[in-house]
Ligand binder design. Structure first.
Ligand code: AMP
Length: 392
């Protein structure tokens, strides 16, 4: 299939789109419809000349937003639609062509991702209406981690919770970990290495990838487990919930809200979840900002050290995501906390590898790479591959 793939990432009030051509020499069209369902709904994006646009879509729902997106494709006709779907449970170990059965399976998994899967389904329903003739493919955030062995995905909980309710570790950001580890294989010349990948954005996770397969990862049943994130706490004592309920009388909803939206870099610093702002505040002497960065970096290093147990051999570490791609300071602090790995940072290469640049930043020891993630590109590639294999 030579036609471009339209990649859709649908939230409850937003649709992110990218029209991904099959060759990198053609420009990508991309944009975001946001605040859907409200009077100030709008569509923002970039055209093929690199010019940005903003279009008011007052009161638009998902279907109306997709119709507006269609008019922004400059007459280029997609050959398929690839949907980012957050949770595929245990059923989906790879991308799947969307039909009624797949929609029902995504619905059945909604209990595990109540904020995301229903919104993803809204996107599928609207897209099937607006692009009725096109094949649609679901690409799951969890699928790449379905190769985890039981020792990595099982919690030490009563077996019935796993068997009857699917309580286990699933992992997320799979598309990103899959993309950057494959890219590290290609760039390093190692046919298939042992990589620790660190996706550090607003959401953060690590993964251990061996011979192209995920062997362990830091996120679990939900995307709350693991690293410190923008506003998410990551790991806390599992006794915390009961303690807050008993001592402070907090409801489950309040605890969930605080751990998901009021914690992480924001909670620690008392200032912001934005790493750029934290770095400048810390430089100006803000103690909370400094502490937030220190805890953030230490916890990444600790997670990487733990995940190294999943690899028979460590070839290198890959940094990606908004922070991983752009913050030399965070990379340096993480690497400095891993002296026992034998890591040696090339300080000049670390400083200059930012702003979407791909590059190697070590001076010996395990390889250290900065690889800008490309989740849209990977979703488009998986969509193409599935359709070419004739699973259509
Ligand atoms: P993402 O969710 O991948 O878009 O990443 C968002 C995070 O990347 C935010 O915390 C930003 O502050 C951070 N980020 C973006 N650019 C920079 C930069 N130049 N230096 C430090 N952090 C950055």
């Amino acid at each position: 299939m030579n036609a471009p793939v339209l990649v859709i990432n649908c939230g409850s009030s937003s649709i992110k789109y990218a029209l991904v051509p099959d060759t990198p020499d053609q420009p990508r069209l991309a944009g975001l419809a946001e605040r859907l369902g409200s009077s100030d709904a709008r569509l923002k994006g970039t055209d093929s000349q690199g010019e940005t646009y903003t279009q008011a879509l007052s009161g638009a729902d998902h279907t109306a937003a997709l119709e507006a997106i269609l008019t922004r494709l400059e007459g280029r006709r997609p050959g398929a639609v690839g949907h980012r779907i957050v949770h595929g449970g245990e059923r989906f170990t790879r991308a799947a062509r969307i039909d009624d059965d797949v929609v029902a399976a995504i619905e059945a998994t909604a209990a595990l991702a109540p904020l995301h899967n229903p919104a993803n389904l809204q996107g599928i329903a609207a897209t099937r209406q607006v692009f009725a003739a096109l094949p649609q493919v679901a690409v799951f955030d969890t699928a790449f981690h379905q190769t985890l062995p039981p020792r990595a995905y099982r919690y030490a909980l009563p077996e019935a919770l796993y068997r009857d309710h699917g309580i286990r570790r699933y992992g997320f950001h799979g598309t990103s970990h899959a993309y950057v580890s494959a890219r590290a294989d290609a760039l390093s010349g190692l046919d298939s290495g042992g990589w620790l990948t660190a996706h550090l954005g607003n959401g953060c996770s690590t993964a251990a990838v061996w011979e192209g397969q995920s062997r362990d990862t830091s996120m679990g049943l939900t995307p709350l487990e693991g690293l410190v994130m923008g506003t998410r706490s990551g790991d806390v004592d599992p006794g915390l919930h009961a303690h807050l309920a008993r001592q402070l009388g907090w409801s489950l909803a309040r605890i969930d809200e605080v751990l998901n939206r009021g914690s992480g870099l924001l909670g620690l610093s008392g200032l912001t979840n934005d790493m750029r702002e934290l770095e400048s505040a810390a430089k100006a002497g803000h103690a909370g900002a400094e502490l937030a960065i220190e805890v953030f970096c230490y916890r990444i290093a600790k997670s990487l050290a733990a995940l190294s147990c999943a690899l028979p051999r460590l070839d290198g570490i890959v940094f990606t995501g908004g922070i991983g791609e752009n913050s030399p300071q965070v990379r340096q602090r993480v690497v400095e906390a891993l002296p026992h790995f034998g890591c040696r940072l090339d300080a000049a290469a670390n400083r200059s590898t930012t702003l979407g640049r791909e590059g190697r930043i070590d001076a010996g020891g395990p390889q250290l790479w900065v690889i800008p993630t490309d989740e849209e590109g990977r979703i488009a590639a998986e969509t193409r591959q599935l359709l070419q294999e004739g699973h259509a």
